[in-house]
Ligand binder design. Structure first.
Ligand SMILES: Nc1ncnc2c1ncn2[C@@H]1O[C@H](COP(=O)(O)OP(=O)(O)O)[C@@H](O)[C@H]1O
Ligand SMILES: [Mg+2]
Length: 231
């Protein structure tokens, strides 16, 4: 039987995932600062509401709701409309209480009947716990809860992808999928690209694909490889 999928609606992304993210996967997006993680996450929720009538919850661990709304407006997305229609909730949470964070997520997902969830930037988890073991336990319990809620979830992870040793941190360790966003220097310019490192339940593109961020959001050039783009 084919697996149920969540179509991201982000141009090119479902193509390189051979039909979208398998439903209820927990996906970590790791990437350089400014590589487009927040943009991609917002577009995932916006497209969910716009094209597929699916509700989404955005948990912001850094920026206030107003800032996130502004980022959407920058790309011409009327997030406020979907908030009013209860197809979107943007919730700024301070991570001083992990149980409270879990309750907030659970309540919001139930209230909207959300099928999509974003936690951005998720890397903050790691800063919060002194002991690695505590952090692992908590992240595992969060991951279990997300599965139970029946959401296809994205957690972002801000790292420098040049240092691959920092990959496979806590978030990746529980993830069903890992997506890498690069914003790297190549000779005399910067190039943006995306690669799927793993995704449980589906075939994936083995290539590194170029990305464009323009006035209407992020776009993945699924038919191209980074190599052709830059040569
Ligand atoms: N209208 C636009 N046209 C082109 N690029 C844009 C536009 N708006 C924002 N950007 C770029 O998109 C990127 C957005 O990055 P962001 O999603 O905030 O990254 P991250 O969350 O990974 O730090 C930034 O590098 C910014 O310069
Ligand atoms: Mg960001």
């Amino acid at each position: 039987m084919p697996v149920a999928r969540t179509l991201t609606g982000v141009p090119g992304l479902d193509e390189i995932l051979f039909g979208g993210i398998p439903f209820s996967n927990l996906v970590v997006i790791s990437g350089d600062p400014g590589s487009g993680k927040t943009c991609l996450c917002l577009e995932y929720l916006y497209m969910g509401a716009l094209k597929y009538n699916e509700a989404g919850v955005y948990i912001s661990l850094e920026e206030p709701e107003e800032e996130i709304i502004k980022e959407g407006e920058n790309f011409g997305w009327d997030l406020k409309k979907f908030i009013a229609l209860k197809k979107l909730a943007i919730i700024a949470v301070e991570l001083y209480d992990f149980d409270k964070l879990k309750n907030t997520i659970e309540d919001a997902v139930a209230r909207l009947g959300a099928k999509r969830l974003v936690i951005d930037p998720g890397v903050i988890f790691r800063l919060y716990f002194e002991r690695e073991l505590d952090a692992r336990k908590r992240i595992l319990s969060l991951a279990k809860m997300l599965k139970r809620l029946g959401c296809t979830a994205i957690i972002t992870n801000e790292i420098s992808l040049d240092k691959t040793s920092s990959l496979f941190g806590l978030e990746e360790y529980v993830a069903d999928g890992v997506v890498l966003l690069y914003h790297t220097k190549l000779e005399d310019r910067f190039v943006r690209s995306i690669g799927i490192l793993k995704m449980r339940g589906t075939k994936i593109s083995e290539k590194l694909h170029p990305i464009e961020i323009e006035k209407d959001g992020i776009k993945i050039l699924a038919k191209h490889e980074l190599f052709e783009e830059v040569s």
